[in-house]
Design a protein around this ligand. Structure first.
Ligand SMILES: *[C@@H]1O[C@H](CO)[C@@H](O)[C@H](O)[C@H]1NC(C)=O
Ligand SMILES: *[C@@H]1O[C@H](CO)[C@@H](O)[C@H](O)[C@H]1NC(C)=O
Ligand SMILES: *[C@@H]1O[C@H](CO)[C@@H](O)[C@H](O)[C@H]1NC(C)=O
Ligand SMILES: *[C@@H]1O[C@H](CO)[C@@H](O)[C@H](O)[C@H]1NC(C)=O
Length: 510
């Protein structure tokens, strides 16, 4: 090849590479993470409350200290490091078991009205059973609750956030209805011990997200691979355990303690490219509706579309009964309206279409639901491969809830954005700003949203992603001894929202 030709080819290559790069940049610039104010007030209502959220296994560390028993997440991370991206564990993490005061400083600096945290069941009851009561574990949460209240921060407590005591796993965990008795006794202890000071309780966090991966797909503990069967039993046990605890509280504690109880469900919102509202409804029934309809609908039973489809598919598979365990008549009365509010975790949305023929393993939730999903090229993506910024989805979702569940009270218990953990987290600010706008728009349209909780207060152990994806308003260097909590730009932004109850354009104090 002549030198001239090589030169021309090299120039051509440089030109092509530059063109590809320019194309990518312009594509990136087209991505959006913003939402316009619609109409009505620009202020959140004066009684609207802002908070921040964490979960025990993700922040506490101290996994075997002071008598704590193992949970399925301890066993899983210890026995299957290959299942965690960076082979890490929550053994130490941000170490909130020893460093709660640093979390408290962050909460005070933000001026949040409330703090949503979860209690580690096996720290209080190492064997899950009431006979194994561990005073040091009980004291830890008393300390947290008291210090929060001393500083004018309301405790909002999740009873269960993925970390099932290992001892119950030996009995089949959530596939065994026996779990209801154990959970009810645990909840009773929580009411007796903390109920004088805790007035907002969340029984379970995101059942769909521990049942499907834990008992269906096998990528979460306890690594069950019985999709379309065991994961459905897990959802059913969760619902029935929640309802029992609600009734227990109303009968024995409410009169004195005057608190409220709800469940936190995660869901996406769905859009249709052909404006087909029936496919949106199907997608919503199969996600949020699975447990929200029994709780907030009129039948106390699963959505009719799920009952019908799964019964039909089960019969075609030659089964003697439906894989979706039925809810008996007397149980329906216990389940119906057994929640004072809906806890909502919202992160992202999808376009949806009918999958024809059904896709996925047979049987499975994917197979039964006959749905397939699409993205919009305009949606900006976070570090997490599933997380796209779609604030209009939150606005749509809140309106859907208003229209379908009689405008029940909604507490947004999680909403947040993932990145590498940098302090100048401008993308998190964009996401936060857009989603607060979605909440405000929904409120101005009459939606009954009373609180917003950002996930998360601090960077923490992000389950299978380990420490590779960060959601915190505060940075934590996991490998440093002091594990200082350092405010990111988003923390300053959120603080100015909380102080002013409006959505400011700029980051205060930068
Ligand atoms: C769907 O509805 C939107 C808003 O109502 C409208 O702008 C759009 O043209 C509709 N699309 C189709 C395919 O009908
Ligand atoms: C809307 O979706 C439903 C459910 O997939 C389907 O049965 C119906 O034919 C669709 N309607 C239109 C107008 O496409
Ligand atoms: C909001 O929800 C609460 C509790 O469910 C209810 O008492 C109240 O009437 C609702 N507010 C509106 C405006 O619907
Ligand atoms: C985190 O802490 C370790 C140990 O003190 C230190 O070597 C490292 O530089 C720190 N990382 C950052 C990003 O500050």
């Amino acid at each position: 090849m002549s030198r001239k030709l090589i030169l021309i080819l090299s120039l051509l290559l440089v030109f092509l590479l530059t063109a590809v790069k320019a194309h990518n940049v312009s594509k990136n610039e087209q991505k959006v993470c913003a939402l316009q104010h619609r109409s009505g007030s620009k202020h959140f209502p004066s009684n609207f409350k802002f908070g921040a959220s964490t979960a025990a296994y993700q922040i506490e560390g101290g996994w075997n200290e002071d008598g704590r028993g193992p949970s399925i997440w301890d066993t899983f991370t210890h026995q299957h490091p290959e299942m965690i991206d960076d082979h890490s564990t929550g053994d130490e993490g941000p170490d909130s078991y020893h460093k709660f005061d640093k979390d408290l400083e962050a909460l005070k600096e933000l001026k949040v009205h409330f703090y949503r945290f979860s209690i580690s069941w096996s720290r209080i009851l190492p064997n899950a059973d009431i006979s194994s009561k561990n005073q040091k574990g009980i004291d830890y949460y008393n300390m947290i609750i008291n210090k929060l209240l001393e500083n004018g921060i309301e405790p909002v407590v999740t009873m269960f956030h993925y970390d099932l005591p290992e001892s119950l796993n030996l009995y089949g965990g959530f596939t065994n209805l026996e779990l209801i008795k154990y959970f009810t006794n645990y909840a009773k202890l929580l009411f007796e011990t903390y109920g004088d000071r805790v007035k907002v309780w969340i029984t379970f966090n995101e059942p769909y997200d521990y049942c499907i991966p834990g008992y269906g797909d096998g990528n979460y503990p306890p690594m069950g691979h019985d999709h379309g069967v065991a994961d459905y039993l897990c959802m059913d046990t969760t619902l029935k355990a929640h309802a029992e605890v609600y009734r227990l509280y109303r009968q024995n504690f409410f009169e004195k303690q005057k608190g409220k109880i709800g469940m936190t469900l995660s869901t996406r919102f769905y859009f249709s490219k052909t404006n087909n509202s029936s496919i949106i409804d199907r997608a919503m029934q199969y996600s949020l509706g699975w447990l929200a309809y029994p709780l907030f609908g009129e039948t106390g039973n699963y959505p009719q579309v799920m009952l019908d489809d799964i019964a039909k598919n089960s019969e075609e598979e030659g089964r003697a009964w439906s894989r979706l365990r039925s809810i008996a008549e007397n149980e329906r009365d216990i389940i119906k309206h057994s929640a004072d509010f809906l806890g909502l975790n919202y992160y992202t949305s999808r376009y949806v279409e009918e999958a024809n023929p059904a896709q996925g393993k047979k049987p499975s939730w994917q197979y039964d639901s006959r749905l397939k999903y699409e993205l919009d090229v305009k949606w900006k993506r976070g570090k997490s491969n599933w997380l796209y910024c779609v604030p209009e989805g939150l606005e749509g979702l809140l309106n859907w809830i208003k229209n379908n569940y009689n405008n029940i009270e909604v507490i947004i218990t999680e909403n947040g954005w993932s990145d590498d953990g940098q302090l100048d987290d401008m993308e998190r600010i964009d996401y936060l700003k857009a989603h607060l706008q979605a909440v405000l728009n929904a409120i101005n349209m009459g939606c009954n949203v009373t609180r917003y909780t950002h996930w998360s207060l601090i960077d923490n152990f992000e389950w299978q992603r380990g420490y590779t994806e960060k959601f915190g308003l505060y940075y934590v260097n996991i490998s440093s001894a002091g594990k200082e909590r350092i405010a990111k730009y988003s923390a300053r932004y959120y603080k100015s929202v909380i102080e002013s109850k409006i959505i400011p354009d700029f980051v205060a104090g930068n």
